[in-house]
Write a protein that binds this ligand. Structure first.
Ligand code: GSH
Length: 195
């Protein structure tokens, strides 16, 4: 079962709702006909798309803001959020290529490694913890497991910033509790990708 509640947990909200992505309950589609996870229902509004959900939660709920005030960091945050689909696509293409790791995937991982060193006031993408980390952490973590299990490649080897990022994320209890057993996750992903 994949827990898709980490965004909510990290933003200190009051839900903690595990949903099996492979077998979503019927009530979910009634709330969000697109039937993709996540979605957020709040004050009679339903918001889908993970990036929209985390931005909404950051701006409409109380607590520390997870989007920076600094304009340089804001620009970099938007750039990284916009890049997340490209990153995932590059990584998935490699996993389904039936060969070894593609140059495109290596370049995407190197871009993440470089991005993690842009600001030196902390181990996260913008230095301090932000929405960008929430966006990337499950992918960086998940792809580490998938590349090891499918292409025999350690995505964090020779990438010390990525290794540190993973360790720092794991030390956040609200994130750690959303993680699935790596072998179960790998098996489910292989099945889904037809590998
Ligand atoms: N662009 C969407 C993608 C959502 C997405 O792919 N969700 C996955 C789970 S993480 C899902 O619902 N998979 C089940 C399915 O495809 O039926 C977003 O960022 O919210």
């Amino acid at each position: 079962m994949m827990r898709c509640s980490f965004l909510v947990s990290l933003a200190s909200c009051c839900f903690d709702l595990p949903i099996d992505v492979a077998d979503k309950p019927a009530w979910y589609m009634k709330i969000y006909p697109k039937n993709m996870i996540p979605c957020l229902e709040h004050e009679n509004r339903v918001i889908g798309e993970s990036l929209d959900v985390i931005k909404y939660m950051d701006s409409d709920f109380e607590g520390p803001r997870l989007f920076p005030d600094d304009s340089e960091k804001q620009r970099f945050a938007e750039e990284l959020l916009a890049y997340s689909d490209t990153f995932n696509h590059a990584m998935l293409s490699s996993l389904t290529s039936k060969g070894s790791v593609t140059a495109e995937a290596v370049a995407a991982l190197d871009k993440i490694e470089d991005s993690l060193s842009k600001f030196d006031d902390g181990p996260f993408f913008l230095g301090q913890f932000s929405l960008v980390d929430i966006t990337y952490a499950p992918f960086v973590d998940g792809f580490k497991v998938f590349f090891a299990g499918i292409q025999n490649y350690d995505t964090a080897a020779g990438r010390p910033n990525m290794r540190r990022f993973i360790e720092e994320m794991d030390s956040i209890a609200a994130y750690a509790k959303t993680k699935q057993d790596p072998q179960e996750l790998l098996a489910a992903t292989k099945k889904k990708l037809g590998i």
